[in-house]
Design a protein around this ligand. Sequence first.
Ligand code: F0G
Length: 462
Amino acid sequence: MRPRDTYAEPYRIKMIEPIKLKKPEERERLIKEAHYNIFNLKAEDIYIDLLTDSGTSAMSANQWAGIMLGDESYAGSKNFYNLQAAIKDIFGYNFVVPTHQGRAAENILMSMFVGENQRVPGNMHFDTTEGHIRLRNARPLNLVVDEGLKTDSTNLFKGNIDLERLEEELKNNGPSRLPLVIITATCNNNGGQPVSMSNLRAAYELTRKYKRALFIDAARYAENCYFIKQRDPAYRNTSIRDIAREMFSYADGCTMSSKKDALVNIGGFLAFKDNNEWYEKAVQMQICYEGFRTYGGLAGRDLEALARGLYEGTEEDYLEDRIGQVNYLGQQLRDTGIPIVTPVGGHGVFVDAMSFLPHIPQHCFPGQSLTVELYREGGIRSVELGACAFGYIDPETGQEVFPAQELVRLTIPRRVYSDRHMDLVVRAFEAIAARKKKIRGLEIVYQAEILRHFTARFRPRD
Ligand code: F0G
């Protein structure tokens, strides 16, 4: 990767969306009215929104032009065929099932493969993937390598699956107990960490040996390809498109949330390499839950923007700038002494809230407290991935169980903010660091039974 100050964004701006920083006293009132939960804030009250990189990308002139070419026919829209051709070209997959987003593709895949009491190993499933597995009374297994859970590790492929544990699972459980394996690349939940080509190849060989299916969760596949090119000398001179082709040759198919690396605001798909039987089965479900085979819950114009976005998402100068910006923020925060997950991942910087605010015990939600401070300080929205998002009350003991990591994710939308916005985020952290001993923890005053972080209400602790 070239140093950040030797190149600029590989695009110029022709449409802008104004954003405003509310006054400090207004921010104080707004976060209180939001019950100290950033999900309750109105987007217009936020200055820099780092809640997610999902569906928040800026589309290109080429994609907007494609929107005008939407063929809204119920069946056989030409935009579907353009999408099919793009997926064949980039992923090498023949059978395409469009869906309204990634989780809808997961729903179809899980309906096809997963039933009661089964086990579904992966490196680390995303929340909705895990949800679809649990909804079917099956068990998600997160077999990411040990290094993947060490915040300050220097391992370059922290998204890899532990092959020994995977083989153990495959050996001990027949196909009726363990039907499929899912590899998420990059791995969102531990920091946007990549999976290496050799790890994927070996995982695929294992699933061949034991005759199981392997699917890739491809939401951030292009960022994974870029990391392979940067970090594995064997791929230094291979194009991103060739890396993608090889990656997807080591799977039977993929689920995709197009809201990430395909640079669109909505959409997803399920794709199969060559299994027509699976495809036919998936189409049955698609027609019931999503829409006809050639639109799957999307407008023709959405399909066109997606087909074009898939190509743009694999362009090397775009990826260099994208990953470069995330790295720029990460390096600056590190230089300021803020504890972050290393190496910096693909779609955001993950701050270790427990080491940043060591005086706040985990049951007082240090991660959530940090999200509140970021809004107070700079009108910045981040998201907690710690005690609130992943903690739960054990039904047997009635005790709170907390996750091993207490992270705050600063997720960077694609092609949306400049490095000057990133500088302001760093500045906000500096100000918070200077007064951090005064920051208090929070307590929950309302929580839902599942996925409590979306709707929980808090109050500051005394
Ligand atoms: N897989 C991964 C790895 C994801 O990160 C997401 C969504 C999904 C699947 C589901 O896709 O939202 O299109 O239904 N991640 C978002 C996030 C919500 O903020 O990380 P979807």
